[in-house]
Design a protein around this ligand. Structure first.
Ligand SMILES: C[S@@+](CC[C@H](N)C(=O)[O-])C[C@H]1O[C@@H](n2cnc3c(N)ncnc32)[C@H](O)[C@@H]1O
Length: 210
């Protein structure tokens, strides 16, 4: 990440972690870093996975793919690690295809040539106040960066219940090479979606492609 780059996330730490979560962060997280990825296996990424409900879902649905999650909120990373490990702190067999980058995804993307079949961004922080608009992750520059990390038919799937942010992303996309299609996906259940902080009826989804 370039030094002057503005922060797009709220906080890195929340409530105190359990002893088990600290052990998982220390011992398991380093073993599932998203480096040296196999060349002939399809890659899927989820940006800002929160507690990882959706990431786990894709991991189970697509055992033949590698699923990379990026999330700088350490409590979220710890929740995901708890959910994918068993009582011996070993990764459960159905989650062996998960890799985690526990930081700002922009740092990871600038250091890798990897291309993804799907890039998911569910409920990106909406930063609703006008003076915080510059913190919005899905601006034209970032979307352009993502477009360079898509495979030939790769797609970026974005969902948010903040409809003003949704429209804002559409306008940002128009400044990039990406093409937009609006889509009627069934609601994808995540922790943030259940809170429905924006108070809208349902999340809206779009798919972006080169
Ligand atoms: C509103 S939460 C939604 C979490 C989850 N997707 C859900 O639906 O429950 C947005 C998440 O995006 C993460 N985030 C924000 N900026 C990010 C960045 N630059 N790289 C990776 N994750 C980021 C935040 O830490 C936060 O956990």
């Amino acid at each position: 990440m370039e030094k002057q780059e503005i922060r797009t996330f709220g906080r890195r730490h929340g409530k105190k972690l359990s002893a088990r979560q600290n052990i998982l962060l220390e011992n398991i997280l380093p073993t599932i870093q998203p480096y040296d990825l196999p060349i002939n296996t399809g890659l899927i990424m989820e940006i800002g996975f929160g507690a990882g409900e959706h990431l786990r879902e894709i991991s189970r649905e697509k055992p033949g793919k590698i699923i990379i999650g990026a999330e700088p909120f350490i409590n979220g990373v710890a929740s995901l690690l708890s959910a994918i490990t068993d009582e011996n702190n070993s990764i459960r067999s159905e989650y062996k295809n998960i890799r985690i980058f526990a930081d700002d995804v922009r740092k990871f993307l600038r250091d890798t040539d990897s291309k993804f079949e799907q890039i998911w961004v569910l409920h990106p922080d909406p930063w609703p106040k006008a003076r915080h608009e510059k913190r919005r992750l899905l601006n034209a520059d970032f979307l352009t960066l993502l477009s360079k990390h898509l495979t030939r038919n790769g797609e970026i799937i974005i969902g948010t219940d903040h409809w003003e942010y949704f429209d804002w992303v559409i306008n940002q996309t128009k400044k990039t090479p990406l093409k937009i299609s609006l889509t009627d996906l069934d609601t994808i259940h995540t922790r943030y979606q259940e809170k429905n902080k924006a108070g809208t009826k349902n999340p809206k989804y779009m798919i972006l492609k080169n």
